[in-house]
Design a protein around this ligand. Structure first.
Ligand code: ADP
Ligand code: TRP
Length: 335
C-alpha cells in the first residue's frame, strides 16, 4: 500500500523551544515511520517580518540542526529548506491568480497582524495562506501536522487546491487536513503565567531545546507562581496550573502526584516544585540538547542533508508542476 503524504514546516525565527517540540517536531519524528513525509524550514515565510540576512542564515541552520537532533531522519523522510525549491514560488504565483483580496483579508492571522503591526502589512502577509497552500499541495499532501492556530490556513489550502482543480478541470490536488496523533492538540504553557509557550513573549517564557542545565534552572527559578494555597483543595491559579501541566509532560507520575497532593493539603513549597521541574526538564531534554551543538557545527553533514532533501523534494515538486503547467495550458515552443 502506498503511504499517505505528509508535509509540515516551521518558520526559522530562532531556536526551537519545548512548545515547538511537543506541538510539532515530536509528531514529525513519529510520523516519519508511518507516512511518506516532507519536513521543511519555511524560510520564505519568515521574510514577512524582514529578518536581516545574517540572522536568516543562522536561524535556518539552527532549525535544520535541531530537527536532526530531535530525531528526524533524512533517510526515512525528506528534510529540506523551502527556498531550495523554485517550484514553490512558481506554484504560489499561479495560485495567487485565483486568490481573492476579500477572502485573504478575512483570515484571522492577517487580521491579527493588521492590529499588531499596521505599519508592515505587506502583500506577503496577505498572501501567507497562498504560500502555505503551495508548500502543502505541491507534494499532494493529505496530512499536515500543525497546531490549532493553523487550522484556518489548512482550510484555505483545501479551497485553493479545489478551486484549481475546478477551474482547470483536473484532479491534480487532493485535500489536505490538519493531523495529530492524540485526540487533543497539545498546548505547552509558558513560564511567565500567560497562555502558550512562545518566543514572542520573551526569553524567560520559553525553555529552548538547546538551553544548558544552568540556564533551565535559572529560567525555572524565575517562573511565575502565586502566594500559595490558603485553603485545602482549591484549584491552582493559572500560573501554578501551568507548572503542573509542564510537570505532566516531563516528570514521572509519582513526582506529579507528590506536588499536586502537597498543593491540595497546602504544604507545597513552590521553590521545591520549580527545582524538581527544572531537573526533570533537563533530564527530558538532555538526549536532544547534547546532540544539537555537534550537528550545528558539522557543516559537511548539514550540507549533505540539505542537498539530499532538496533533490528528493524537487523531484516530487517538479512532477506536480508538470501537471499544473499542462493543466493551465503552458506549452513549450521548443524542446
Ligand atoms: P512561536 O509561537 O514560538 O513563534 P511558531 O508559531 O513558529 O512558534 O510554531 C511552530 C510550530 O510549533 C507550530 O506547529 C505550532 O503549532 C507549534 N507550537 C508553537 N508553540 C507551541 C506551544 N506552546 N504548544 C504547542 N505547540 C506549539
Ligand atoms: N504557518 C506555519 C506556522 O506558522 C508554518 C508553515 C508554513 C507550515 N508552511 C507550512 C506548516 C506548510 C505546515 C505546512 O507554524
Amino acid at each position: 500500500m502506498t503511504k499517505e503524504i505528509v508535509v509540515s514546516g516551521i518558520r526559522p525565527t530562532g531556536k526551537l523551544h519545548l512548545g515547538n517540540y511537543m506541538g510539532a517536531v515530536k509528531n514529525f519524528v513519529q510520523m516519519q515511520h508511518d507516512f511518506h513525509c516532507y519536513f521543511f524550514i519555511a524560510d520564505y515565510h519568515s521574510l514577512t517580518t524582514h529578518p536581516n540576512p545574517a540572522d536568516l542564515h543562522v536561524n535556518v541552520r539552527t532549525v535544520l540542526a535541531e530537527y536532526l537532533a530531535c530525531g528526524i531522519n533524512p533517510e526515512q523522510c525528506t528534510i529540506y529548506v523551502q527556498s531550495d525549491l523554485p517550484q514553490i514560488p512558481e506554484l504560489y504565483m499561479l495560485l495567487n491568480m485565483h486568490a481573492y483580496k476579500g477572502e485573504l483579508e478575512r483570515v484571522a492571522s492577517f487580521k491579527e497582524k493588521a492590529k499588531t503591526q499596521p505599519d508592515n502589512l505587506n502583500a506577503g502577509l496577505l498572501t501567507y495562506p497562498v504560500l502555505m497552500a503551495a508548500d502543502i499541495i505541491i507534494h499532494k499532501a493529505v496530512k499536515v501536522p500543525v497546531g490549532k492556530d493553523q487550522e484556518q490556513h489548512l482550510e484555505m489550502a483545501r479551497t485553493f487546491g479545489n478551486r484549481f482543480n475546478r477551474i482547470y478541470q483536473t484532479a491534480v490536488f487532493p485535500e489536505p487536513f490538519a493531523f495529530n496523533y492524540g485526540t487533543e492538540l497539545v498546548k505547552v504553557p509558558g513560564l511567565q503565567g500567560g497562555g502558550k509557550m512562545s518566543k514572542s513573549d520573551g526569553d524567560n517564557n520559553v525553555i529552548c531545546l538547546s538551553d544548558s542545565p544552568e540556564l533551565i534552572r535559572k529560567k525555572m527559578s524565575k517562573a511565575i507562581t502565586d502566594a500559595g494555597p490558603t485553603e485545602p483543595n482549591t484549584p491552582p491559579s493559572p500560573a501554578v496550573q501551568n507548572l503542573f501541566d509542564l510537570m505532566k509532560m516531563v516528570s514521572n507520575h509519582d513526582t506529579l502526584k507528590h506536588f499536586t497532593d502537597s498543593y491540595a493539603n497546602c504544604s507545597i513549597r513552590y521553590g521545591d516544585l520549580k527545582k524538581q521541574l527544572a531537573e526533570d526538564m533537563i533530564t527530558y531534554l538532555n538526549p536532544i540538547r547534547t546532540k544539537i551543538e555537534d550537528i550545528y557545527n558539522d557543516t559537511a553533514y548539514l550540507g549533505k542533508v540539505a542537498k539530499l532533501g532538496a533533490e528528493k523534494a524537487a523531484a516530487s515538486a517538479e512532477q506536480t508542476m508538470a501537471e499544473v503547467r499542462a493543466a493551465i495550458g503552458f506549452q513549450k515552443f521548443y524542446s
